[in-house]
Design a protein around this ligand. Structure first.
Ligand SMILES: [Ca+2]
Length: 255
């Protein structure tokens, strides 16, 4: 449920837009009446099309402006009220370097909150098979999140066309001292096959050489048939045997 402040801001913006449109139609309407003089039906048709064009422009081109005005996060996964059913992948042998997925207002890319995850990475060459050298978190995109904004677009995932984007905040404690062997961040998907295939590539992988918000994105390949997972992974370089811990924040996962 959107908060009272969001509902209030939405209501105020709607009233202001209505007043502006009303004024605009009234003033342009006078000019249309003059143009068509005695042919009132033509003037009415012209006013109708004018209103339709204004509404079309508002619905299709104002979301960015509207979101900024109301400080909204209209992403599918904006984590404004909860963790939106994201979960950690637990490897039976290695466990996970991630723990405690939650929702936090301590950091956000848009809106007022994001998803926070504790990360404790450990690279240990002596017991490599048990080292917690990576962690990943995922969501089932079949579970459609609640719509939070009036103008929120809800396009389907189209293989060969859709690009999934996400922002991830990385603290300084997860940046390696050896920048030639940095940690990496990766966006991946899995398809709907009985034994799901994982898809990702170099362009969806980011080497972490600086702290702050990072953009990661992945273009869905044409040969993908349905999605069972969208996930984000953080891991050590194979040659890195250090330990790193900190809290990461994920926000605005969208396409
Ligand atoms: Ca957010």
């Amino acid at each position: 449920m959107p908060s009272f402040s969001i509902i209030l801001v939405n209501a105020l913006i709607s009233i202001c837009l209505s007043l502006i449109i009303n004024f605009f139609i009234k003033e342009i309407g006078k000019w249309i009446d003059m143009l068509f003089k005695k042919k009132k039906w033509k003037a009415n048709i012209a006013k109708f099309f004018l209103l339709a064009i204004i509404l079309f422009l508002l619905i299709n081109y104002s979301p960015t402006f509207y979101q900024k005005l109301a400080n909204l996060d209209c992403s599918r996964y904006g984590f404004e009220s909860d963790d939106q059913i994201w979960a950690i992948t637990h490897d039976q042998l290695r466990g996970s370097a991630m723990s405690s997925v939650g929702q936090s207002e301590n950091a956000f890319y848009k809106g007022k909150a994001s998803m926070n995850i504790r990360v404790a990475l450990k690279g240990d060459p002596s017991e490599r098979a048990f080292a917690r050298d990576k962690g990943e978190v995922y969501v089932d995109p079949e579970v459609i999140p609640m719509k939070r904004c009036i103008f929120q677009k809800r396009g389907d995932i189209v293989p060969g066309k859709t690009v999934i984007k996400a922002r991830v905040y990385i603290p300084k404690s997860l940046i390696s001292d050896n920048l030639s062997e940095p940690l990496h961040l990766q966006l991946f998907i899995e398809d709907n096959a009985p034994s799901p295939n994982r898809f990702t590539d170099e362009s969806a992988t980011k080497k972490l050489i600086s702290a702050g918000w990072h953009l990661i994105k992945f273009a869905i390949p044409e040969n993908v048939n349905g999605l069972s997972k969208i996930g984000i992974k953080i891991g050590l370089n194979d040659n890195d045997h250090g330990t790193y811990s900190g809290e990461i924040f994920i926000d605005t996962v969208d396409w």
